[in-house]
Design a protein around this ligand. Sequence first.
Ligand code: GLN
Length: 244
Amino acid sequence: MKRNILVFLIVLTVVFSTALATTYVVGTSADFPPFEYVQNGKYVGFDMELINSIAKAEGFNVQIRDMSFDSLIPALKAGVIDIAIAGMTITQERQKVVDFSNPYWFANQDVIVGKNSKYTVTVLFGNHTIGVQTGTTGDLWVTNNLMKAKILKESNVKRYQSFIYALQALLNGAIDAVVLDSPVAERFAQVKPVKIVATLVTGESYGIAVRKGNSSLLSKINDGLKKVKNSKKISELIDKYFGK
Ligand code: GLN
């Protein structure tokens, strides 16, 4: 009898603590495999499992909100989301408006073209059309290094709200190349008829962003990140999403 009561109390505690745990709204931009993408109607990917593992380790719940990449920081600022995880590079500009966790991944920028195209790195120069995703570090690189240097005209750069559209435009020949993060370019080169013709060494680190000054949430995220990195979960995730 006593045992039954004990079991009942344990079940009750588990049910209540899960129900009472804080839920944080997590913004992402699910067009960025293998970090975040939609599969069978679900948000999946390395970042999605990483934030779920951090939440589990720290005892909070998460609810995913998909939006365009350039809406994530405004949404954090406006309090529409509490956390942003989207292969987001830690940059000085962004650090002025949001706070970032410790880095969890590294990337450069790659240039991709159609699989059968004759373009090389020189596609970046001359009268070609280059696609980027609005507000990304790829967009910044093209703007700062090619447009401002007058190597490319404004009309030679096409900005897309999503990599899905940029990729579509590349595949149907509307643009000549796309500049995007190297881990994602590598994935696209495995699953789509595109190839990488150059790497721009930008040395970027990805971080998880929270509203500026939200130090209590940031320390939970950093603490959870450390726990996940020290557990076997991290190699499981790396094998699952980056294994050949
Ligand atoms: N890492 C790039 C950036 O932060 C691209 C991220 C993305 O498109 N999801 O700008």
